[in-house]
Design a binder for this molecule. Structure first.
Ligand code: PMP
Length: 443
């Protein structure tokens, strides 16, 4: 049968084009966790857009801070002027991030943030006499962005195949989907086994050619709220240390309170060398991204002539003023704690759905980055590909006014899942409504 999504694919005459020819209703306004369309429908945004609108829509304090900044200036080019919002936001982030990650560089989005991390790492290697190190090992599957540099570390053939001749794709190791494995090992043993695959890859590549390992501490777009066994995280750090390799945490999706801690990696204290941020720091108000790194990495690069990276809108005062107000509101409203508490409520609700539907084989996540995965519960064999449950649940939920997140990945291990990641301002009542609509959609 044709899904509503497929039916909706019509080519409409328009000067604007998107990812696909998908026809969607036109947005009118948004407030809190709700979005209204011009045809009068109301949606609950159960995915915070693409897991970005952490603060929810239309926060008055953020709008006011933006208005005040706009009245002064919306723009100041960073090679011509310093700007106070950028300075203050850098200080605010440095104070909250794990110790040592106190040098901040702003960009305008997640892909740029990831590329900045890779370029900083490379320039650090050159500046410290390790110019032979250039490979960045990534996980398969994974998503780290859509620009050429970030695609080079994205483990998803659907997104990269067309560009294979133009990008030098980086080596990969399997993402730690330990929950799927059916063997006699404990979860902790599986975690170590996945981490050790990194070491095997490093050795196979030649350790002196490897610059960095990039991973999301809690996987998002490609793996659906993937949480590795606890044993994975310290072992990864140990392996990177042993071979002099930088550990890059892509916290674009898992960062800024989403998982109930400021960073996803904070659940394991796993000491990344460089961190990318975006989504939540702009929260849908402004395009904003950042990297955070320690002095020991940044200073050699600056001494050698500077970071060869920069974009026109990087660190502009309007984006940074919004970012500051967003962090201020997160503090004032206690949203990181709320994400942790409401995440428990949401996970309980999802477990309830798993009890109802035998084809939900896994319920996972941290805080408000959660997912259910569809598979055979006993064997974890994927369900027939044409069932496309994730896609159909997404469509059915959309028809019922709930937005969830689902994506299939080509290459590596495929997953069929629904991710639920509402804004961090959600209440118990909101979550009850989300779980109830999701249950109807699955039914
Ligand atoms: N890294 C991760 C982990 C992401 O989830 C995303 C966006 N889905 C990106 C990078 C790219 O961010 P952007 O779309 O802002 O370029």
């Amino acid at each position: 049968s044709i899904s509503p999504r497929e039916e909706a694919i019509t080519f409409r005459p328009s000067n604007l084009f998107y990812l696909a020819s998908l026809h969607r209703p036109v947005v009118d306004r948004a407030e809190g966790i709700h979005v209204w369309t011009r045809d009068g429908r109301r949606f609950i945004d159960g995915s915070s857009g693409p897991v970005a609108v952490n603060l929810g829509y239309g926060n008055p304090a953020v709008l006011e801070a933006m208005r005040r900044q706009m009245e002064k200036t919306t723009f100041a080019y960073r090679l011509h002027f310093e700007n106070e919002p950028a300075e203050q936001l850098a200080t605010t982030l440095a104070e909250r991030l794990p110790a040592g990650l106190d040098r901040i560089f702003f960009v305008s989005g997640g892909s740029e943030a990831v590329e900045s991390c890779i370029k900083l790492a490379r320039q650090w290697a050159v500046a410290t006499g390790q110019g032979g190190r250039w490979k960045v090992i990534a996980r398969m599957p994974s998503y780290h962005g859509g620009t050429y540099g970030s695609l080079a570390v994205t483990g998803d053939g659907f997104l990269t195949d067309s560009f294979a001749g133009q990008i030098r794709m980086m080596p990969t190791v399997p993402a730690p989907t330990a929950y799927r494995d059916r063997d006699n090992l404990s979860m902790e043993e599986r975690g170590l086994r996945y981490a050790d695959m990194l070491e095997e890859r490093i050795v196979a590549e030649g350790p002196e050619s490897v610059l960095a390992f990039i991973m999301e501490p809690i996987g998002g777009a490609a793996t659906g709220a993937l949480v590795a066994p606890d044993s994975y995280y310290p072992r990864i750090r140990e392996i990177c240390d042993r071979h002099g390799i930088l550990l890059i945490h892509d916290e674009v999706m898992s960062g800024i309170g989403r998982t109930g801690k400021l960073l996803g990696g904070d659940h394991w204290h796993c000491r990344p060398d460089i961190v990318s941020l975006s989504k939540g720091i702009g929260s849908g108000y402004v395009p904003l991204g950042a990297l955070a790194a320690p002095r020991r990495i940044v200073e050699p690069v600056l001494k050698m002539g500077g970071f060869q990276h920069g974009h026109t809108y990087a660190g502009n005062p309007l984006a940074c003023a919004a970012g500051l107000a967003i962090i201020g509101e997160m503090d004032r409203l206690g949203l990181i704690d709320n994400a942790a508490a409401m995440g428990e409520v949401l996970m309980d609700g999802l477990r309830g759905l798993a009890a109802r539907f035998p084809f939900i084989a896994d319920v996972r996540g941290k805080g408000l980055l959660t997912a259910i995965e569809y598979a055979d519960r006993e064997t974890f064999a994927p369900l027939p590909a044409d069932w496309k449950i994730g896609q159909r649940v997404l469509d059915a939920a959309y028809e019922r006014g709930l937005i969830v997140y689902s994506r299939r990945v080509k290459g590596g291990v495929q997953g069929d899942y629904t991710m639920v990641a509402p804004p961090l301002i959600v209440t118990r009542a909101d979550i009850a409504e989300i779980v109830s609509i999701l249950g109807d959609a699955i039914e």
